[in-house]
Write a protein that binds this ligand. Structure first.
Ligand code: SF4
Length: 183
């Protein structure tokens, strides 16, 4: 009897299949700046460390909360790729799996995060909207900032300032300064 345990679907994944080359040498575990502090099985995967962050979601899919969070447990510094004796590009696989997680969530219900990024995309694509947004940010920054820092933002942005200050937006954007001084 052959025990597959998700290896066929991992093999079918063009980017992820390289993880099946792993010889379990643990070099990536020892060099990873996140894992060397988190240690053990803190990643919530039967396979520990950076390789576990890609092999578990590849074998089990990204449906569970643990498997959906594993590809994000990395700074993408690339140390694991440099040290891997069989040249598994773990950062590439992590980014690939992050896209899979995002795609799987996209099919589900309304997401405030998606709405914010969709609106940001529209603003960033339009120079006119971007200039208007920068003017609005400068104006509101002047109202809430003290000594160049914003200590408390109103909801729904309050989470940003719960544990840190936010820098006040500059009084004038680079584009506005450029057209004022060079034209
Ligand atoms: S360094 Fe490469 S071969 Fe070694 S455990 Fe990590 S992924 Fe596997």
């Amino acid at each position: 009897m052959l025990l597959d345990n998700g290896r066929t679907s991992a093999l079918a994944d063009r980017t992820g299949r390289q993880a099946l080359r792993c010889i379990r040498c643990s070099a990536c575990l020892n060099v990873c700046p996140v894992y060397e502090r988190a240690g053990g099985h803190a990643y919530g995967s039967p396979y520990p460390g950076p390789i576990g962050a890609i092999i578990s979601p590849l074998l089990r899919g990204v449906g569970s909360p643990v498997d959906a969070s594993l590809p994000f447990a990395s700074t993408l510094c690339g140390a694991c790729y440099e040290v891997c004796p069989v040249a598994i590009n773990i950062p590439e696989a992590l980014v690939h799996l992050r896209a899979k997680v995002v795609d799987s969530k996209r099919e589900k219900n309304f997401s405030p995060e998606r709405a914010v990024f969709s609106l940001s995309g529209r603003v960033l694509r339009s120079p006119r909207l971007l200039a208007a947004a920068q003017r609005a940010a400068s104006l509101s920054g002047r109202l809430v900032a003290r000594s160049g820092r914003i200590r408390r933002l109103p909801p729904p942005l309050a989470g940003w300032t719960e544990t840190r200050d936010a820098p006040a937006p500059p009084p004038e954007s680079f584009r506005a300064w450029w057209s004022r001084t060079r034209s």
